[in-house]
Design a protein around this ligand. Structure first.
Ligand SMILES: [Zn+2]
Length: 230
């Protein structure tokens, strides 16, 4: 009988130990369950990654959107004078040529169909109109201030018809606004030049309407507008 009681006590103890063990397991279980929760958080965090990338793309897109091509299909219009081309009366793609130097802008050509109709020039970027006047070599020319890639610049629009303008110096313009019509070819509006838009971007906030510069060093004060054109 004593032996039986002894066995019962051992069985009781074993049962307690096993029960205790199971209990501890059960308590640990929620701790283990918290693991996937952390993983979920990590997953949630990694899910944020593509969103961040999208935001970056959105930022790039908005940077692209902060400028508007002054004329449709702007890049395809650069057929005669790209940025930085060195011209003189002997080698120029334009004949006759009266200028000599590095072209500090791009020339956006009017098409054959556009020769005898109004060709609206749109504002390239947000900013204040700083000048609009006649100047030798241009006929009508307008200059506005802008910020491109966090950099202050001035934008030069050459060979425009000043009389067609309905904005004035001091106005703050939005990209895409109507600036003026292109000046008529071989008239006072273009100072005798063919119908085209001379589009220059000068670094800094000072007005500079030089269409040609005499050294590469001077050229470095200008930005190639093709960077912002479609
Ligand atoms: Zn030009």
């Amino acid at each position: 009988m004593k032996k039986k009681a002894y066995i019962l006590v051992i069985i009781g103890l074993v049962t307690l130990v096993v029960a205790g063990f199971l209990y501890v397991k059960k308590v640990e279980a929620p701790v283990n369950n918290s693991q996937p929760t952390t993983e979920n958080l990590q997953q949630a965090t990694s899910n944020l990654q593509p969103i961040t990338d999208n935001n970056k793309n959105a930022a790039n897109n908005s940077q692209k959107q902060e400028t508007v091509d002054p004329l449709d299909n702007a890049l395809s219009r650069i057929t005669k004078k790209p940025f930085g081309i060195y011209v003189n009366p002997g080698n120029s793609p334009v004949n006759p040529e009266r200028f000599t130097g590095y072209h500090s802008a791009v020339d956006l050509e009017a098409t054959t169909e556009e020769q005898n109709i109004n060709v609206p020039v749109r504002i390239f970027c947000d900013g204040k109109l700083l000048a609009a006047r006649n100047a030798s070599g241009y006929g009508g020319v307008a200059v506005q201030s802008c910020t491109l890639d966090d950099q202050s610049v001035t934008v030069v629009y050459g060979h425009i018809n000043l009389k067609s303008m309905n904005v004035k110096v001091g106005d703050v313009l939005q990209a895409g606004d109507f600036l003026a019509n292109l000046g008529a070819g071989f008239s006072n509006e273009t100072d005798g030049e063919r119908k085209h838009l001379h589009l220059g971007i000068h670094k800094g906030s000072d007005i500079n309407i030089l269409g040609y510069v005499q050294s590469k060093n001077e050229l470095s004060a200008w930005i190639d507008p093709t960077k912002y054109l479609d």
